[in-house]
Write a protein that binds this ligand. Sequence first.
Ligand SMILES: [Zn+2]
Length: 244
Amino acid sequence: MLMLELSKEDLEKLVKLQEIDSKIIKLELKLKELPEEIKRFEEIAQTRRNKIARIDERIEELSQRRKELERIINESYKKIEESKKKKAQAKNLEDYKEAIKLKAEAEKGIIKATKEIEQILKELNQLFREREKMESSVAEFEKKIARKEEEIQKTKKMLERKLRELGGLREQLVSEISPEVVEFYEEKKYEFGGNVFVPVYNKTCSGCSMQVPSAQYTKLLRGEGLVYCPNCGRILFIEDGNRG
Ligand SMILES: [Zn+2]
């Protein structure tokens, strides 16, 4: 453990520096999380767009089938016409029977195809309605995304402005502290992944919630040099107005 004697003034400045750093970390995190909110909307909009694409595929499939069925119906009507001629020109019973059979088959084909077209029209109707719903939902989400984007841009600018302010304050403060003290702080900050200086409340380290032993506590009250928490190793301090 690096032993460094910090003056009371140094300690106060480092606590301030630590406050600034923790604010900076929070703001940077917020800045990073901003686009996440839009991502969710975009995902929903994309799911709906995919659904529309699937609906369109099905509509195309059904439309093709409908054309095919209409072709079958047309051909069946032609066959009925043919069968009428055949019937009129029948030379024997065989020809006559043949003509009747042709007509019956064609009629059966027309009925079957017509029923299928009815089903297709029902499904198409449903698909168009669903498509319309999906489209208005996509439009709604696109509006939401645009609004959110605007909001995010504003928030981003505000956060960046705050970050610049804090950066300035930090620079000013660092310039008032000797480099080795700043270095000591930076190393400790890295070691603890954040707070190095932690206040003591009710004789308890607020870094790890362990009771501070009497000897250390007395040292703290007297302001005799650096007092480390024997449990977590952070540097303890007592906030003004919290003494006694
Ligand atoms: Zn501790």
